[in-house]
Design a protein around this ligand. Sequence first.
Ligand code: SF4
Length: 516
Amino acid sequence: MKYSKILIIDGYNDEPGGLGVPPYIDIYPRYIAGAIWSVDKSIKIRYVAVDEFRYKQWIGKANNYDVAIFIAGVVVPGKYIGGKPVTGEELKLWAKMLGRPFKVLVGPAARWGMGIEGGRKAYSRATFKKAGFDVLVTGDPEIYFHDLIKYGENYASPYGIRNDYSNVNSFVKIGSRIIRQHPNYGRNLIVEIETYRGCSRWVSGGCSYCVEPLKGKPIERDIKGIVEEVLSLYKHGARAFRLGRQADFLVYGSEGLGVEEWPKPNPDRIEKLLYGIRAHAINLKVLHIDNVNPGTIARYPKEAREALKKIVRYHTPGDVAAFGIESLDPKVIKINNLKVGLEDALRAVEIVNEVGRKIGYNGMPELLPGINFMLGLPGETKETNAYNINFLKELLHRKLLVRRINIRKLLVIENTRVSGMKHKIGKKERMASKKFINFVRKEFEPKMLSMVVPRGTIIKDLWVEECKLGFCYARQVGSYPLIVLIRGEFPRLSYISAIKVKRVHSSRSVEGIPIE
Ligand code: SF4
């Protein structure tokens, strides 16, 4: 069949290594559009974000398309102010209502289903199949859509996995213009960039709950491929980028990646990559990173410090190195093969502080760690939370800054090691977890926020993302930006050049007053 009109409905994804909730656009729409146009550039592709699809009665219009591609799957659920991800119910309903188009589901929802918590799956893959999706792509979507357009439905495999980035590198240059259809385009749009896939710790099985080791030996993009993608996006108007799709940015370019469990950072390659981006996207506004393994910093302090300095030299301020610490209970660390114990975690936070805590031109520290905790891991007892609280108290005591604390509950994903382990969490552990969350939200975070952005701090370049009940929420563009609450009404997605911090408003936000 000849396809001439294709609709991409972006239901948003949030994965450990990749974010697609506005203002972010992740790799899926860009890789898919590039793969389709690489075969037939006359095909009309319409990209629509799920918020518009939901509220503007898109169902009728969607029936005029030949193919409807749904991107979906929030693996690490958070609270979002930039958009509301598609729900399992909506996916089921829309798959039933759409009669004409060939319906394809991609992203984590197609791979693992949706709403997985404590081993219970609310929407399995079979549910989506039954609701009317013709294909669920569990492999790499760009491979499927390339073959669908070139060879037809019967010859395209939804299971194909890329072995290298050669096709991606050419597809992205063709597909980058799809960003022009994003609702945040021209305002606070930020593009998620992939540098490699997999995790070096796959050799030891990696962390028990993580899907990255299942991808096998890491494969890496070359500097040229990444820089050319950024240039192409830049030419199409992108001004904010996050190098967010990788397990540990510090080991990008390391000779040991794919060979050793703990590769040594290669600051020169990191510098070449960042320099290449800055040299081609001359007037970019934001260049941030995401995941960094604190274990890498603790094992290679000298090389990691050098690499962090290169990041601070070429990035933009307000950057966050997200540390997946998960737990500081030695028993939990051992059972789940986590990355760092207490001393190494403190050392890693200290080193990022040394290099990155000075204030940048937009009012935020250059680069701070963000800390991720995970509750419900095998081995957890009511004592676990005491270890985690001690660590946080030690940070306050040493006046070490962290940008934010993320507390997630264990999500058991098929085929991860944790899915075969005993992990029953009892009442006592649940109570202790609540105590921990209370400590973080009520005691730790307000104190930390007042150290990171003390009263009177001027924060620049914010975008209003949501308004209700006489207040608006504004944020800078970037990795885990701080929420600033502003009294009054502002049009959504309007720009505020600067605010002065009045007070810490909640554990995660400050109140600010706009200034000229
Ligand atoms: S270090 Fe652990 S959590 Fe991070 S990507 Fe590797 S396996 Fe996953």
